[in-house]
Design a binder for this molecule. Sequence first.
Ligand SMILES: Cc1cc2nc3c(=O)[nH]c(=O)nc-3n(C[C@H](O)[C@H](O)[C@H](O)COP(=O)(O)OP(=O)(O)OC[C@H]3O[C@@H](n4cnc5c(N)ncnc54)[C@H](O)[C@@H]3O)c2cc1C
Length: 387
Amino acid sequence: MKLFDNTEVAFALKTDSQLERAYFLFKMIQNEPMVRIGSAVTNFALKVHLPVEGLIRSTVFDHFCGGVTEEDCLPIIDNMYNNGNVHSVLDYSVEGKDQEVSFDGALEKILKIVDFCEEKKSIPYAVFKPTGFGRFALYQKISEGKELSQEEKEEWSRVEARYHKVCKVAVKKDVPLLIDAEESWMQDAADDLIESLMETYNKDKAIVFNTLQMYRHDRMDYLKALYKRASEKGFHIGMKVVRGAYMEKERERAAEKGYPSPICKNKKATDINYDKAIEFIMEHPKMALFAGTHNEESSYLLMDLAKKYGIDKNDNRLWFGQLFGMSDHISYNLANQGYNVAKYLPFGPVRDVMPYLIRRAEENTSVAGQTSRELNLLKTERKRRKL
Ligand SMILES: Cc1cc2nc3c(=O)[nH]c(=O)nc-3n(C[C@H](O)[C@H](O)[C@H](O)COP(=O)(O)OP(=O)(O)OC[C@H]3O[C@@H](n4cnc5c(N)ncnc54)[C@H](O)[C@@H]3O)c2cc1C
């Protein structure tokens, strides 16, 4: 039996009724039209304040999120860590807020999470999104090389100040920070800012991590160029490597505006690109990797690469990451073998995490192909438990 086929280890933390709930949830979201209609109806119901939060909570929310507040998540964090040796990354998943008060609020949240990380071994990283700290349109304007107005320059200084504030505390408390990647047309501004943070804060080791989306065909060249600059200036690189979550949106925008799509020509090309990036990082001692993936082949490959480059299973430069509610067969089997594993554990008010939940539902439809994987595993475990 291959490592990830062990469903007993994968679902050891799930009671029979939790297993059944997961099975019915994945069966439900397998249906693509239902996800599409369900998402639209739910968004509408929330907008007009229909009482649907309870329903969302007892279905998708509780499966993919840890709770509304970080405190709600603590029992889940302790359970995963004490009984499965799996760590958590508390992910404040409120999206699409565009006001200064929200950005300051997000900063306070992240600072609180950094405190948690310092206290609890079970929470090894803090994480945030670039658009949690500043306006999407502002990142976009900078990425497009447009001149900022005086007011926008001041606004951007406040964005930079938020990053610096969290980085300073992170260095002091020795807590690494993951920074998510978003749409390509705003990402250049985030990349440049994060590189300057790495230069300042990653002198002795990787504290600041950027994210590479390997569905972009330009990312290997970017990684190599970044490595060259880092070697010249003498700083460490921290990288979360993912395939990328906004493929449809990227392709649609490129087609609509008539520029070449930034996305690899097919899934195979993305897979090759992903595997190249993780090997490049493993090869270079001054680079640290957080591999955010549910792909079994890339995960097996990474185990081989660690061996090839003499990196111990529990070396802090190598972490595997999956999302809470998905791919437990990878997380728990890797952790059971002694690898560093963390689950992204999203939290936030139900209505504010809807964009995140809709992305999860969409990538789990039969069309996206992920569900059959989850469903088959759940089926195997139900059979094994004779449910
Ligand atoms: C811990 C963690 C953190 C994450 N953080 C981020 C983040 O910061 N930013 C972000 O964008 N995403 C993030 N993601 C999501 C991630 O990018 C993927 O959407 C998701 O993990 C699915 O990819 P996979 O490697 O697990 O595996 P797979 O299921 O093998 O791959 C699916 C992915 O392959 C790519 N793909 C599919 N079809 C094609 C095609 N025809 N042509 C080209 N490429 C294709 C797409 O990227 C798709 O999401 C994160 C995921 C995890 C687990």
